[in-house]
Ligand binder design. Structure first.
Ligand code: ATP
Ligand code: MG
Length: 266
């Protein structure tokens, strides 16, 4: 006898025919997403609307979204989270990490292949992570790979074949540079990923991290942070703040260590 449970298990086991790069995406957001401010939830909500738009509206078979913000503001983790939280049968990550050791022409083939594969699936999502690094852009002498740029420009704007739908999510820490390359305008939508710039947000992250065992230790730290940061505008990426918490965790005197690290930064 086949129980409903068996049926559900079987569904779980059937992997879609084309690439679901779930492990890659899990790695990108291994530390999870902390909702340290309303902006985090709002961003995910907005992105989810695009996910639904591509899924439901036959009039928008191609939607692209650029997540931009400072280095370490959480763009990759957010893009990976959006990619994981949907039921698209084809989800792929194009990242500089996956291109290590490839020549320029191999990079172009690899990127083109992912897009061509996506055209075989009715509904696809491609994350193009860290675009300036994919282009091997370097600030000194403003060098970059023009062939990779041209390839990406074409692919990001290319309508998928009839009946196919595609959502592209790009990330960059260099929005201005991409704008000069006409790359930013190739995306139909943009969302700015904010840094942490309020005490509330910082407290939410520290509290979430489980740095201390006792609430009174948090309260003491937050009181000190409040006093120090009250007169100092600050802006710190979530990546850096989490690293800072981990540094403090290793120190026997977590409180002082955290405060010292903050003083060095802000
Ligand atoms: P880079 O500019 O170096 O590419 P990035 O902007 O892509 O950095 P991530 O690599 O995504 O930043 O790093 C963000 C880290 O913070 C991840 O480890 C992620 O799990 C964690 N994180 C926790 N909360 C959030 C959040 N609300 N938004 C984004 N990342 C978060
Ligand atoms: Mg990144």
């Amino acid at each position: 006898k086949i129980l409903r449970e068996d049926f559900m298990n079987a569904l779980e086991e059937v992997k879609p025919a084309f690439g679901i790069a779930s492990e890659e995406f899990e790695q990108c957001s291994a530390n999870g997403i902390i909702e340290f401010s309303p902006s985090v939830y709002e961003l995910l909500q907005k992105a989810h609307l695009f996910v639904e738009q591509v899924q439901q509206s036959s009039r928008s078979p191609l939607v692209s979204l650029l997540l931009h913000g400072s280095s370490g503001s959480g763009k990759t983790a957010l893009a990976a989270t959006i990619a994981q939280r949907n039921s698209y049968p084809f989800v792929k990550l194009v990242s500089p990490e996956s291109m290590i050791g490839l020549t320029e022409s191999q990079r172009i083939s690899a990127i083109t292949k992912i897009f061509n594969d996506s055209y075989k699936s009715p509904l696809s999502l491609i994350v193009v992570d860290d675009i300036e690094r994919l282009l091997e852009w370097v600030p000194i002498g403003a060098r970059f790979s023009n062939s990779v740029l041209q390839t990406l420009l074409v692919l990001i704007k290319k309508q998928p074949p009839k009946g196919r739908r595609l959502l592209i999510i790009g990330t960059t820490s260099e929005r201005e540079v991409l704008a000069q390359m006409d790359m930013a305008s190739a995306f139909s939508n943009e969302i700015y990923v904010e840094n942490i710039g309020t005490l509330d947000a910082m407290q939410a992250v520290v509290q979430h991290s489980g740095l201390f065992d006792e609430q009174c230790d948090y309260d003491r730290l937050f009181a000190n942070l409040h006093e120090y940061l009250e007169t100092r505008p600050f802006s710190i990426g979530i990546k850096k703040l989490l690293l800072l918490v981990e540094t403090a965790r290793q120190d026997p005197d977590k409180h002082s260590r955290f405060m010292n690290e903050i003083r060095a930064l802000c």
